[in-house]
Design a protein around this ligand. Structure first.
Ligand code: ADP
Ligand code: ASP
Ligand code: MG
Length: 406
């Protein structure tokens, strides 16, 4: 007998027939005598619709109400899946996050899980019941509903697997594994049989939405055995593993992109100590994550230009905040651009190989693509380019690094 967690994404539970199909995949595990926890996402498109409604009512909204609204999609699928399981003879019940509870901090919209109480689930396993836990949700210290950030059901699943000491956490989705890059954009992308936690973490944090970043982080820290596989095909998926389990290491193992970037340039800020904290302090206090940062010499002497990126969903709040602090930091103007994409090449092999950046810049230059911002880490190089070049750049880089499938 094993204890396993199965997570099903939005497309996998996209309509009632698909929910019935998912129930059969759960039943298969249950029939093997396993203790099963299932974590469904909301039906495809539902969360987007809820987010649109929130923004239509109030652009700069109260994030506690945002969470109360956008968390509802998962409650529906948890209930429907529990019913579908009961229909095929599997005892099951749904759990909203507050009923366990899954405790988080109070960073509404992107809360972090602090603790999960599993006693009730384990008691029900003893009675032969399958637990269907709504993904994406949590409970704040103030007893308000929180959500874990877009794609957060992956994190619910991994956190449950860790808390339950599960033998496996299977992430069922609409692709049959993790590919060298998004197979929907680069048809020549190759499925990876294994990927290291570290590379998966970079891929996810650089935009490969097949797994949410926090889910990978948690799996890595807690040693959760994570597998990405298809809901619709019975094919072997991708295992996320430690580095020593990878036999043949590529220099670049994957390429990720993120359209969720917006570029802000503060033109002509005074070049003096305290300016960076004067800008990034208030952004951080407002819970706005800043990603790439470049400081340039300004055309005007004694002044500097500061370019940085934030998530698109924080774009309005960030620009409103910069208007507010304009008095204190005394800049000339602000340039806003959300027509950008960030492309990142990733590989642990970069630690020991030179020339990866050169190859990247060369491949982009050959296609006439202009690079706006560059940032690097030990195992990753990211660049920001105009959004219309996304596909061209991804395909060119995929070929340049020898990742195309034969
Ligand atoms: P789910 O609803 O199941 O959580 P997501 O849409 O969040 O599914 O994630 C799966 C999608 O991730 C795929 O359909 C694919 O387009 C995209 N994706 C991006 N990068 C990759 C990659 N490197 N490998 C596989 N899928 C990727
Ligand atoms: N339904 C949520 C979203 O669309 C969570 C998830 O799918 O993982 O972001
Ligand atoms: Mg997802």
């Amino acid at each position: 007998m094993a204890r396993i967690v199965q997570k099903f994404g939005g497309t996998s539970v996209g309509d009632l027939d698909r929910i019935r199909h998912v129930a059969t995949l759960v039943k298969a595990e249950y029939d093997r005598g396993n203790e099963v926890t299932v974590v469904p996402s909301a039906m495809a498109g539902i969360t987007n619709g809820l987010v649109e409604n929130v923004n239509a009512i109030s652009r700069l909204h109260d994030t506690r109400e945002y969470d109360a609204i956008v968390s509802t999609g998962e409650q529906v699928t948890a209930g429907l899946l529990a019913l579908a399981l009961q229909n095929i003879g599997v005892p099951a019940r749904s759990w909203a996050a507050w009923q366990l509870p899954i405790r988080t901090d109070d960073m509404h919209g992107k809360a972090r899980i602090k603790e999960i109480e599993t006693a009730k689930l384990i008691e029900r396993f003893g009675e032969g019941q399958v637990a269907v836990v709504a993904g994406f949700q949590g409970l704040s210290p103030q007893n308000r509903i929180t959500t874990l950030g877009r794609g957060g059901s992956d994190t619910s699943a991994v956190a449950l697997a860790a808390a339950l000491n599960a033998d496996r956490c299977d992430i069922y989705t609409d692709v049959d594994g993790v590919y060298t890059t998004d197979p929907r954009i680069v048809p020549k992308a190759r499925k990876l049989t294994r990927i290291t936690y570290e590379e998966m973490l970079e891929m996810a944090s650089q935009g490969a939405k097949v797994l949410q970043t926090r889910a990978v982080e948690l799996a890595m820290n807690q040693g959760v055995r994570l597998q990405v596989r298809s809901t619709f095909e019975d094919a072997p998926g991708t295992l996320v593993v430690d580095e020593d389990e990878i036999v043949e290491q590529q220099v670049v193992s994957g390429i990720a992109y993120s359209r969720d970037e917006a570029k802000i340039t503060i033109v002509g800020v005074e070049d003096r100590p305290g300016i960076a904290v004067g800008i990034f302090g208030p952004l951080s206090d407002a819970g706005i994550n800043v990603d790439m940062i470049v400081q340039n010499i300004s055309a005007e002497s004694g002044r500097t230009d500061m370019t940085f990126t934030v998530g698109k969903s924080d774009f309005d709040r960030a620009s409103a905040l910069l208007d507010e602090i304009g008095e204190t930091i005394n800049y000339r103007s602000i340039d806003l651009d959300d027509n950008v994409v960030k492309i990142s090449v990733i590989g642990v092999g970069m630690r020991s190989h030179a020339g990866v950046a050169k190859q990247m810049f060369g491949a982009l230059a050959e296609k006439g693509i202009n690079i706006q911002v560059i940032s690097t880490s030990e195992i990753k190089i990211s660049i920001l380019i105009a959004e219309e070049y996304t596909e061209l750049a991804l395909r060119a880089l995929h070929t340049a690094y020898g990742l195309d499938q034969d």
